[in-house]
Design a protein around this ligand. Structure first.
Ligand SMILES: Nc1nc2c(ncn2[C@@H]2O[C@H](COP(=O)(O)OP(=O)(O)OP(=O)(O)O)[C@@H](O)[C@H]2O)c(=O)[nH]1
Ligand SMILES: [Mg+2]
Length: 330
C-alpha cells in the first residue's frame, strides 16, 4: 500500500467545509495504521476547529438488538433533522454476524432515500474482530464528522454492556427496543446494560406488543435513574409509518440541552475520549500495561481531567510511556 498521505492542515480545512471527498479521505486516513499515516492523522485532528470538537454538534449513538429498526429509525430521523435545517452524518458500524451482516445492503438502500442530499453523509464501517473490537476508529472518525455536521449518529448493534460500549463515546445514547422482547428489560433491571439516555420502542404500528413493552420499560425506568440525574424518557415510534419521530428527535435534543445546562457537555466529550484511550490501551497492552500506567481507573480520571488533545497524539504519547515502562522493567 503506497497511498500518498494528504497535507493535514489542508485536509482539515476541506473537511470543515464539508468537502465530501476530503471527509472520505480523512476517514481512510484515520483507519490507516502505518506510522507515517498515524502522524499525519494526529496532525489532521489537531488542525480541526477545537470549538466544534469540544462543544459543537451532537454526537448520538443508536443501538439495540439486531432487526429492532435502528437503520429504519435513522433514515426517518434524517428526514426530520433535514427539515429542521440540520446537517447529518451517519457512521454505521456493521454487525459482524453473517445473519445480520446481510442487512448491510438493505441498510444502504434504505438510508439512500436521502442519497441525493449533499448535507447528508453516510459511511459504513466493517466491524473488525481484532484490535479495537467494535471498530477501533469510531471516536476519531466521529470527531472528524463533528467538524462538519450538526448531527453525527453512530449506529451499532447490541443489547449488553459489552457490545454497547461504543455508546460511552457519544454525547447521547439511544436504545431501540424490539416489541415483545423482554431481554432488554431484563438487562436493564439486572444492571447488565448501561442505562441509555433515551429509549424508543420501534414498530408501534404492530400495536399491543409494542404498547406492552413500552409500559414495562417505563415501569423499569421509574426505578432506574441515570446516575447523573437525567430522567430517561421511554417513547414509542414507528419508522414504517413515520410516527413518533419528531418526538424522538426532540428527546435526543433535550438530553443535549440538559448536558449543556448542567455544564457537563465538554466534560462528557472529554470522558468519551478517555474511554476510547483506556479501551485501546487495554486492548493493546492488557491489564499489565494498564498497571504500568497506574491502573485503569486512575488513568481514566487523569485523562478525563486533562486538557483536550487530539486522540491519536494522546494515544501515541501513552503508548510510548507503556513501552518505556516495559523496557525499564525488563
Ligand atoms: N412493522 C414495522 N417494521 C419495521 C419498522 N421499522 C423497521 N421495520 C422492519 O424491521 C426490519 C429490521 O429493520 P432495520 O432498520 O434493518 O433494523 P436494524 O436494527 O437496523 O437491524 P440490524 O442493523 O441488522 O441490526 C426490517 O425488515 C424493517 O422493514 C416499523 O416501524 N414497523
Ligand atoms: Mg441496521
Amino acid at each position: 500500500m503506497s497511498r500518498v498521505l494528504p497535507e493535514p492542515e489542508a485536509l482539515a480545512a476541506a473537511v470543515s467545509g464539508r468537502d465530501r471527498l476530503a471527509l472520505a479521505q480523512a476517514l481512510n486516513l484515520l483507519d490507516d495504521r502505518r506510522p507515517a499515516a498515524r502522524q499525519c492523522a494526529a496532525a489532521f485532528l489537531d488542525a480541526l476547529p477545537a470549538a466544534k470538537l469540544e462543544t459543537g454538534g451532537h454526537l448520538i449513538g443508536i443501538t439495540g438488538p439486531p432487526g429492532a429498526g435502528k437503520s429504519s429509525l435513522t433514515a426517518s430521523l434524517i428526514q426530520v433533522w433535514r427539515q429542521r435545517g440540520l446537517k447529518v452524518a451517519i457512521l454505521a458500524v456493521d454487525p459482524s454476524s453473517p445473519i445480520t451482516g446481510g442487512a448491510l445492503l438493505g441498510d444502504r438502500l434504505r438510508m439512500h432515500a436521502s442519497g441525493a442530499d449533499r448535507e447528508v453523509f453516510i459511511r459504513s464501517l466493517a466491524c473488525r474482530g481484532e484490535f479495537g473490537g467494535l471498530s477501533a476508529e469510531v471516536w476519531p472518525m466521529s470527531l472528524a464528522m463533528l467538524a462538519a455536521f450538526d448531527i453525527v449518529l453512530v449506529e451499532t448493534v447490541g443489547v449488553g454492556q459489552k457490545e454497547i460500549d461504543v455508546s460511552k463515546m457519544t454525547d447521547t445514547t439511544c436504545f431501540v427496543a424490539q416489541p415483545a422482547s423482554g431481554d432488554s428489560i431484563q438487562f436493564l433491571k439486572a444492571g447488565i446494560m448501561e442505562v441509555p439516555h433515551v429509549i424508543v420502542v420501534n414498530k408501534e404500528d404492530i400495536g399491543m406488543a409494542a404498547r406492552k413493552t413500552l409500559s414495562e420499560l417505563k415501569n423499569t425506568l421509574r426505578r432506574q435513574m441515570d446516575p447523573e440525574g437525567w430522567q430517561v424518557p421511554a417513547l414509542s415510534a414507528s419508522a414504517a409509518l413515520g410516527s413518533g419521530i419528531d418526538k424522538l428527535a426532540d428527546a435526543l435534543d433535550s438530553h443535549r440541552q440538559w448536558l449543556l445546562g448542567q455544564g457537563q457537555f465538554t466534560a462528557r466529550r472529554q470522558r468519551c475520549q478517555a474511554e476510547w484511550l483506556v479501551k485501546h490501551l487495554r486492548e493493546e497492552f492488557g491489564r499489565y500495561g494498564m498497571g504500568l500506567l497506574g491502573g485503569e481507573e486512575a488513568l481514566f480520571n487523569a485523562l478525563a481531567d486533562a486538557p483536550r488533545r487530539s486522540p491519536i497524539a494522546e494515544y501515541e504519547r501513552l503508548r510510548e510511556r507503556v513501552i518505556q515502562a516495559i523496557k525499564t522493567h525488563d
